[in-house]
Design a protein around this ligand. Structure first.
Ligand code: FES
Ligand code: FE2
Length: 360
């Protein structure tokens, strides 16, 4: 394996797009794990992902034309089917077997388009990590996307760390600096595939994004966040806001409002990331403005993250020898980085073992 290949975990599903990004025959050019890919929906409704580089002279297929479930390169007209095999060369009857581009396994689940960048033989759709609230009418939200000029692990670090809410998001998602001083994770569960962390904040003010969508803005709340991070960079956050002192921590859910948030970090390159999310709520479902307000608030919050993370990436680029240090609060993110590193190492060893056999 090349050093570049060793930067990423290949044999797993990544989110490539929201399905709405492919509406009306759009051919989406998206680089994933440093490979240019074109993603589109064929006329039969089938989702297709191919290398976004024609095997003839390297023109982007995303500038091509969809014909049934094929795409025609609009440089010299070669046509490729959904498996990436060339099925027509204008003015030439013989089609050499080498005239093909790589196709990638692709699956749609609850409006997410998942892609498998590794060995297609291992692409088991059952390995896709579903997020039930996305397909449950009891939850309402809006899909969103943001591009980061930063390595995806810096975003994973950021999401693993609730302490930054207080400082980066004082006026948006966090609510106050007090959050950092008075709350501690109740427990961090180290999982084989990531971690789970729970954090309570009792008798607090509602954070600004929550105040915007409720009437009782000044009532004190007990707030619980449960974060669950999974390889390769999939984060689910359950948030609960209960009227203060009503015993939500003992299981009383009267008057509780909840959110479910999924976030997906897909490496574009080693220093840029596709970030997809949906922040869903389970109250006032008949009012579409709640989802719009939440989406706007989350954008506001994520722009705050983006600003500091992208600045961090520039400094790290300038001094590759700089060693990141850990605080006690970084247990979760340190565990996640270890899990991912081990998986990449294992995968690299497996692939290196198989390659000589395949060639020989
Ligand atoms: S570059 Fe695609 S057909 Fe020539
Ligand atoms: Fe943040």
């Amino acid at each position: 394996m090349s050093d570049t290949e060793k930067l990423f975990l290949w044999n797993c599903w990544y989110v490539a797009a929201w399905d709405h990004e492919l509406l009306d025959g759009k051919k989406l050019a998206r680089t994933i794990l440093e490979k240019p890919v074109v993603v589109f929906q064929g006329e039969s409704g089938k989702y297709i992902a191919l290398d976004d580089r024609c095997c003839h002279r390297g023109a982007p297929l995303s500038m091509g034309r969809v014909e049934q479930d094929c795409i025609r390169c609009m440089y010299h007209g070669m046509k490729f089917d959904s498996d990436g095999i060339c099925v027509q060369i204008p003015g030439q009857d013989r089609i050499p077997k080498t005239m093909r581009v790589r196709s990638y396994p692709i699956e749609e689940r609850d409006h997410l388009i998942w892609i498998w960048m590794g060995d297609p033989a291992l692409a088991d759709p059952d390995l896709i990590i579903d997020y039930e609230p996305l397909g449950d009418p009891g939850w309402r939200g809006l899909p969103a996307y943001l591009h980061y000029d930063a390595n995806w692990l810096l975003i994973v670090d950021n999401l693993s760390d609730f302490a930054h809410l207080a400082f980066v998001h004082t006026n948006t998602l966090g609510g106050s600096e007090e959050y950092a001083y008075t709350t501690k994770p109740v427990e961090i569960e180290r999982l084989e595939n990531g971690f789970r962390v729970e954090r309570w904040h009792m008798n607090a003010d509602s954070p600004p994004f929550h105040k915007k969508v409720i009437a009782d803005k000044d009532a004190k709340i007990d707030r619980r966040n449960i974060g669950h991070m999974q390889v390769p960079g999939i984060f689910f956050l359950e948030s609960l806001f209960a009227p203060a002192g009503t015993g939500a921590e003992k299981g009383n859910l009267d008057g509780v409002r909840q959110y479910r948030n999924c976030q997906y970090m897909t490496p574009e390159t080693r220093r840029s990331t596709h970030f997809f999310w949906n922040y869903l709520h389970n109250f006032d479902l008949e009012n579409p403005n709640v989802a719009i307000s939440l989406k706007d608030s989350l954008f506001e919050g994520f722009y705050e993250d983006k600003e500091i993370i992208e600045a961090q990436q520039v400094l790290l680029d300038n001094d590759p020898g700089f060693r990141l240090r850990a605080l006690e609060a970084d247990v979760a993110l340190a565990h996640f980085r270890n899990v991912l590193k081990t998986k990449i190492k294992q995968e690299t060893a497996d692939i290196d073992r198989q390659r000589p056999a395949a060639v020989g």
